[in-house]
Design a protein around this ligand. Structure first.
Ligand SMILES: Cc1cc2nc3c(=O)[nH]c(=O)nc-3n(C[C@H](O)[C@H](O)[C@H](O)COP(=O)(O)OP(=O)(O)OC[C@H]3O[C@@H](n4cnc5c(N)ncnc54)[C@H](O)[C@@H]3O)c2cc1C
Ligand SMILES: NC(=O)c1ccc[n+]([C@@H]2O[C@H](COP(=O)([O-])OP(=O)(O)OC[C@H]3O[C@@H](n4cnc5c(N)ncnc54)[C@H](OP(=O)(O)O)[C@@H]3O)[C@@H](O)[C@H]2O)c1
Length: 468
């Protein structure tokens, strides 16, 4: 076998996706000391995945990982190719012809479906749409949300549900100075939403909020958070869960929910009500959402495996807006094995597998690898595992020299794809920061791809792209 360490030709690795998992994979590869180049391909002209388009605007500290990604992007041997979509502008087999290895770090952009009647009625939205809209993601910037409604229901007890609830409940003046998209500020400033129900299918002990996020929902100025003590039933198996040493978050959450029980609605403009053990069975209304039917659940099974079993008890809830926040699913990439049941690419320690055998040169990381769970930092360990597998395969990768960035760029040039490179991104970044200054915001995002490309249109792409 050829030992690549004595080979002058570098290994070319393409990373598809520029979210946390993509950047942590790039970092691990570039730190490895091996002779390799990394080309990061991103469908948007802007990098950073959900750190830019998911993390809530009123949580700026959580976006600081961008500083780390920016440092990684300044490494020799790293190229950013924004505005390039794998599956649209370039195929996986073409990438395999230009690169020795491809790491898929595409995240999990689709929503899980509830599979109930009325799910697609006007006024029933996914959290993804709402989050993308307020964060200025180009795919969602033209979505409309009828904020003239008094009552909104959020389905799900996870941190994304908490984000959606906070953005609906917070006074607009607390959002104005964030990097929230301008169109969202305009709409939210006129919001008439007064009552927000946050409904989980299981109980308070199983809620997936982190205590910090839950506590924040109880301290929004002009809003109260409440819980009906009759709904907060804690069974024997829940007590076992609470007693487990690694479950301190559930204990803290329960304390917070208990604290919310005593709070009375004393004329505050907005009220958040946590509901437990309820699953929607239908969303109804003539032309748009007018209400929900929910079934009351009981918990079934042993501690830590308790599931929601529906009963015959139904409840009607009048509302004009529904946000489904029940998790995400990865999307298949053409030509790559996919586990449709789990919405992930099947893998063995990051090596893409088909019929239990590794597919040479293909790797996966992040939400597309392990599913839609974990905070930004979780992706670092995940990407280290994937790159360790890739580096272990280093000597076995296709021995033929490959053109890497230059070959990829030639293919994209033939198709007139306007590559947004890292210098272009710096220009978009600087323009956004400048645009934010007039309104005291850290940035005013461009929310249309055309506007970003127009900004760059005076530039000759081939001179601003750096070939290595
Ligand atoms: C609404 C929301 C809020 C969150 N808030 C927080 C938070 O406050 N703190 C925290 O720690 N974690 C938070 N998380 C979790 C965190 O964002 C994820 O753990 C992390 O972003 C997953 O990283 P990833 O790289 O796998 O995917 P992503 O961040 O989704 O990145 C995937 C990237 O791949 C690109 N892509 C997809 N398909 C293609 C293609 N075919 N060609 C080219 N590019 C492609 C996408 O455009 C995207 O940029 C949040 C998640 C969500 C959904
Ligand atoms: N500030 C932050 O740190 C932050 C912010 C946002 C997101 N994140 C992270 O991003 C990840 C994704 O967050 P998420 O909120 O989308 O997912 P999540 O934490 O998995 O929560 C999903 C919620 O949806 C419920 N659910 C799933 N399927 C359902 C169904 N068919 N019917 C009714 N309810 C259903 C789940 O209930 P069950 O428990 O019963 O399955 C759970 O309450 C998490 O790891 C989260 O911590 C972090």
């Amino acid at each position: 076998m050829q030992d690549r360490s004595s080979n002058q030709e570098p290994i070319h690795v393409a990373i598809v996706g520029s979210g946390p998992s993509g950047f942590y994979a790039a970092e691990a590869l570039l730190r490895s000391g091996r002779n390799l180049r990394v080309d990061m391909i991103e469908r948007l002209p802007t990098p950073f995945g959900l750190v830019r388009s998911g993390v809530a605007p009123d949580h700026p500290k959580l976006k600081q990982s961008i500083l780390v990604y920016d440092r990684i992007s300044r490494n020799d041997g790293f190229n950013f190719l924004g505005n390039v979509m794998v599956g649209r502008d370039i195929s996986v087999s073409e990438l395999q012809s230009t690169h020795h290895a491809v790491i898929f770090a595409c995240g999990a952009k689709n929503d899980r479906r509830m599979g109930i009647p009325g799910e697609d009625l006007i006024g029933s939205h996914t959290a993804t749409e709402f989050v993308g809209w307020y964060n200025g993601h180009p795919d969602f910037r033209d979505r409309k949300f009828d904020l003239d409604q008094d009552v909104a229901v959020i389905i799900g007890h996870g941190n994304v549900a908490a984000d959606v609830c906070r953005i609906l409940a917070k006074p607009i003046d607390e959002l104005r100075k964030t990097d929230i998209a301008e169109h969202a500020v305009d709409a939210l400033a006129n919001s008439r939403v007064k009552e927000i129900h946050v409904a989980g299918r299981r109980g308070p002990v199983q809620a997936k909020f982190t205590p910090k996020e839950l506590r924040e929902l109880g301290s929004i100025s002009g809003a109260i958070a409440t819980v009906d003590p009759n709904e907060r039933t804690i069974g024997e198996q829940c007590e076992i869960e609470l007693a487990a040493p690694m479950n301190s978050a559930a204990v803290k959450n329960l304390d917070l929910f208990r604290g919310f029980e005593d709070i009375k609605h004393a004329g505050t403009p907005r009220k958040i009500t946590f509901r437990f053990c309820l699953s929607p069975t239908s969303i109804h209304g003539e032309d748009c959402v007018e209400g929900l039917t929910l079934t009351r659940n009981v918990l079934d099974g042993p501690a830590f495996s308790q599931t929601a079993r529906s009963t015959d008890t139904l409840e009607e809830l009048h509302c004009g807006l529904v946000f489904r926040s029940i998790g995400y699913r990865g999307e298949p990439v053409e030509g790559v094995p996919f586990d449709a049941a789990r919405g992930v690419i099947p893998h063995d320690r990051g090596r893409v597998v088909e019929s239990n055998r590794p597919v040479p040169g293909l790797y996966v990381t992040g939400w597309l690898k392990r599913g839609p769970s974990g905070i930004i930092g979780t992706n670092r360990a995940d990407s280290i595992e994937t790159t360790e597998s890739l580096l272990a395969d280093y000597n076995d990768l296709d021995a033929a020299p490959k053109p890497g960035f230059n070959g990829l760029r030639a293919l994209l040039d033939e198709r007139n794809v306007r590559i947004v490179d890292i210098k272009d991104w710096h220009e978009i970044d600087a323009a956004e920061i400048e645009r934010g200054k007039t309104s005291g915001k850290p940035r005013e995002k461009f929310t249309r791809v055309e506007d970003m490309l127009d900004l760059l249109s005076g530039h000759n792409r081939t001179t601003s792209s750096v070939a290595v």
